[in-house]
Design a protein around this ligand. Structure first.
Ligand code: SPQ
Length: 439
């Protein structure tokens, strides 16, 4: 049986010092996928050795790719080429990772073998029709449960997929990436149009591997003509992990933190924009380009935040940061309103309901709405909150302890290991009074 982890955070304190947070999860997944399909040996540094990205790594090992883990985020992938994957002997288990399942469904739809994708309880509840329906239009054969959830049973349709012109109903990097990966095996052109910009790591990394993806405004297109040539990839720190300390150092008195080597791809920096609109003091230092991705050091100093109406165009650019942004809102002066974020309801948990429930337990006036939340800033009290096995919710409530008036206990925190296994160590090194108990 998997162990239960409970976080206990003492209230108060400040954050000070320097940290390099965990590697970017989105880029780590994609480095394994594309490195496996490349010709030659790809070397990755900064790889996120956490459960989600390791689920992707294991899936490709199960499809015959030799992948060495050399420690400290260094991974060597012996690419098998675009047509070199082998049939897995058993279902591919993808744990908690939506990215693995949705991107792999596109990639595997056009292979010369069948496959089955499974996941844990949370992943098995997440909507998969958003990928299986457009894939079916391309000629894919994927069975889901009646509810449109995993397991996904994929019948390989090598040589039988056809490109489509797809206008996505929601802003989703996973749907976009899924269809681009399927498009690498389809006849003709596959075009994907997004309603708002989402993270573009797939497009950038494919181009880095020498496989052409054409991007024109909000449309990305790809064909089956091309090959991937091995390269080296330096994965920067994940801004979604850095976000916990951007908020923590903003809300805690006497804080001053420098976060090193953080990816600041403009499709990911909504959290900086939102915090700055709230009055945060964040400096972007030493900006540089590393392997086609912008990277910088981020310095953040305590400040009195104020409530805002979060502009809707920033929502997809900060989609994973709302749990901790709700904590920022709870510490701000005045009201913060989030709208246009219904996607938060179908993440690892219903992040609107679960955060509202936890904030209310801590005495915060937080009203969930169908597509967001209205939070009156004020005092955060102590209490026992549920993370519902959602890593970002567990870490967000741990950060809330910095401004709480009494200790906070957070239940069901084992999944912090899916994205940020070094969270507890880095957070305590910077000054958070956090302990954990296993049962
Ligand atoms: O992989 P998973 O479980 O879907 O992870 C999450 C997260 O919070 O870590 C979402 F719950 O991040 C997604 C993100 O929300 C990662 C991602 C990607 O790498 O392409 C894209 C976003 O999802 P979506 O549904 O908006 O495409």
């Amino acid at each position: 049986m998997t162990k239960k982890i409970t976080f206990k955070v003492q209230n108060g304190g400040s954050l000070q010092g320097e940290a390099r947070v965990a590697g970017d999860k989105s880029m780590s997944h994609r480095s394994i996928m594309l490195g496996s399909l490349a010709e030659g040996v790809t070397h990755v540094t900064g790889f996120l050795e956490a459960e989600d990205a390791l689920a992707t790594l294991q899936a490709f090992r199960d499809m015959g790719v030799e992948i060495e883990q050399n420690g400290d985020g260094c991974v060597t992938i012996h690419g098998v080429g675009k047509h070199g994957l082998k049939a897995p002997k058993a279902p591919l288990y993808l744990g908690n990772s939506g990215t693995s399942m949705r991107l792999l469904s596109g990639l595997l739809a056009g292979q010369a073998f069948d496959s089955v994708l499974t996941g844990d309880e949370s992943l098995s509840k997440r909507p998969m029709k958003r990928v299986t329906e457009p894939l079916a239009k391309m000629g894919a054969d994927i069975k889901t449960t009646e509810k449109g959830t995993a397991p996904l049973e994929i019948t390989g349709r090598a040589g039988q997929l056809t490109g489509i012109d797809y206008v996505m109903p929601m802003a989703s990097a996973q749907v976009k990436s899924c269809l681009l990966l399927a498009g690498m095996y389809a006849q003709g052109e596959t075009r994907v149009t997004e309603p708002a910009p989402t993270r573009d790591h797939t497009e950038r990394m494919l181009n880095g591997f020498g496989y052409s993806v054409h991007v024109d405004k909000n449309q990305a297109s790809i064909t089956a003509n091309g090959k991937l040539t091995a390269m080296t990839i330096d994965v920067p720190s994940d801004i979604s992990s850095a976000a916990f300390f951007l908020v923590g150092a903003s809300i805690a008195e006497n804080s001053d933190v420098l976060l090193k080597h953080v990816g600041i791809n403009p499709t990911r920096t909504g959290v900086i924009d939102i915090l700055r609109l709230m009055g945060a003091n964040i400096e972007v230092l030493n900006e540089r380009i590393v392997g086609g991705e912008p990277v910088a050091d981020l310095r953040v100093i305590s400040s009195q935040l104020k409530g805002i109406d979060i502009p809707e165009y920033l929502v997809p650019l900060a989609i994973d940061e709302f749990p901790v942004l709700f904590i920022a809102a709870a510490c701000a002066e005045g009201e913060t309103r989030l709208t246009g974020a219904e996607e938060l309801r179908v993440k690892e948990s219903d992040r609107i309901q679960v955060m509202a429930d936890g904030l209310q337990i801590l005495g915060v006036n937080a009203q969930p709405t169908s597509d967001g939340m209205i939070i009156q800033g004020g005092t955060i009290g102590g209490g026992i909150v549920e993370s519902h096995g959602d890593h970002r919710i567990a870490m967000a409530f741990a950060i809330a302890g910095l401004r709480a008036t009494a200790p906070i206990t957070i239940l069901d925190c084992a999944n912090v290991n899916t994205s940020f296994p070094t969270f507890k160590k880095l957070a305590t090194d910077l000054g958070l009074q956090l302990t954990s108990e296993e049962s």
